[in-house]
Design a protein around this ligand. Structure first.
Ligand SMILES: [Cu+2]
Length: 183
């Protein structure tokens, strides 16, 4: 019968020093762990999930005033009771989310760059651009200025993808992208 006590240690392969190969793999695994560990903070800062533009705090009142000024400056028409605004290329654009409306309707030019400022005046809303794959949270108190360059002409719908009350499903906005003039 074979048995052992703590005083007489058992013998077995697991007591022998690790082989060279095993040590190599431990080193490789450790280095890879460190790489992944470093990626966590790095991706947080450099990752593609981060918004492209600026972010600042803003009061609802100030943002509403800024949007009103933007509409007054560049309004070109009306669509379903909403102002249609055609800002010049390169300008700052203001899009305001309220229950249950996106104000104003934007008319942008293909290939031109804009900084689209978005904020909510009341509760959280979700900016979802259809059929393009753009999704963004619109939070009261914050002005998000996203840099956008529309590259496909057409009519886009802004759908609110954050439940915001009884009229949430009717919260539809519009961005019209006009084709580049070829002359
Ligand atoms: Cu909403």
């Amino acid at each position: 019968m074979s048995w052992h006590t703590a005083i007489v240690p058992p013998t077995g392969v697991w007591w022998k020093p690790a082989g060279k190969q095993e040590k190599t793999w431990i080193v490789i695994a450790f280095i890879w762990c460190m790489v992944l560990f470093a990626m966590m903070p790095l991706w947080h800062i450099r990752g593609g999930q981060n918004p492209s533009g600026i972010r600042s705090k803003v009061t609802s009142k100030a943002f509403a005033e800024r949007t009103a000024r933007f509409i007054a400056d560049y309004q070109v028409g009306e669509d379903g009771g909403l102002p249609v605004v055609a800002p010049p290329p390169g300008s700052d654009v203001y899009l305001q989310a309220t229950m249950w409306q996106w104000t104003p309707v934007l008319r942008l030019q293909e290939g031109a760059s804009y900084t689209i400022h978005m904020s909510a005046l009341d509760v959280n809303h979700g900016f979802s651009l259809y059929p393009a794959n753009v999704n963004f949270q619109i939070i009261p108190g914050y002005d998000y200025g996203l840099k956008m360059t529309p590259n496909t002409p057409g009519e886009y719908k802004i759908i609110c993808n954050e439940f915001c009350g009884i009229g949430h499903h009717k919260m539809l906005g519009k961005i019209i992208v006009e084709p580049k003039e070829t002359s």
